[in-house]
Design a protein around this ligand. Sequence first.
Ligand code: ZN
Ligand code: ZN
Length: 232
Amino acid sequence: MRLDFSAFFQFNCVLCQSSLKQGQNGLCSTCQRQIQQYIYCGGCGAPLQYFSRYCGRCGNNEFAWDRMVIVGHYDESLSRLIHRFKYQKQFWLDRTLARLLLLSVYEARRNHGLTFPQAIIPVPLYHLRQWQRGYNQADLLAKTISRWLEIPCISHIVKRVKHTHTQRGLSAAIRRQNLKNAFKIDLSKPFPYQRVALVDDVITTGSTLNEIAKLLRGLGVQEIQVWGLARA
Ligand SMILES: [Zn+2]
Ligand SMILES: [Zn+2]
């Protein structure tokens, strides 16, 4: 008797369900092309009309981080994937999304002169939220990329000690107030890294990342990169 295992090894595109030759990390080339990439500032991630490494506003030191890597616009395909990944317990989409982020990191290395970080840090979730969801989506992304790039993922260093609601639509002053003391640095283990990348899923106001970046600066980190799937 011959057992047919083909069904176990069949891969389908996570968006359109067309069959894939190999795993391809879940996306067919057509769906991958539909993810709207855009020209952005390598410092703050602002959309740009023409390619430039930094935008005109980046000299103002508005943010505490130095570099930004973004996959694309938070629209149709990308937002659907992220929504399923975050809210529909489809944690196995981590590879698909991490691969898109990895490609954008390589692109930033080519176009923005990005240097690989020495450590990758996921943006933490509040423990209760993580318990409800069962996982931290940023942590899954960070760990997958860390494995591929062979750069350590340091999840313990930043802890979220306060629950915060979305900061979108709030004034800068209120955002600052909400995020005050929301994060803590855990120094129980040495942290010898000078250049790090913070990984998040969707970047909205950037105030959360900014808060964490300030704490990392306090540790003496020289260069802070922010890697995100989408800027919304
Ligand atoms: Zn597809
Ligand atoms: Zn900029």
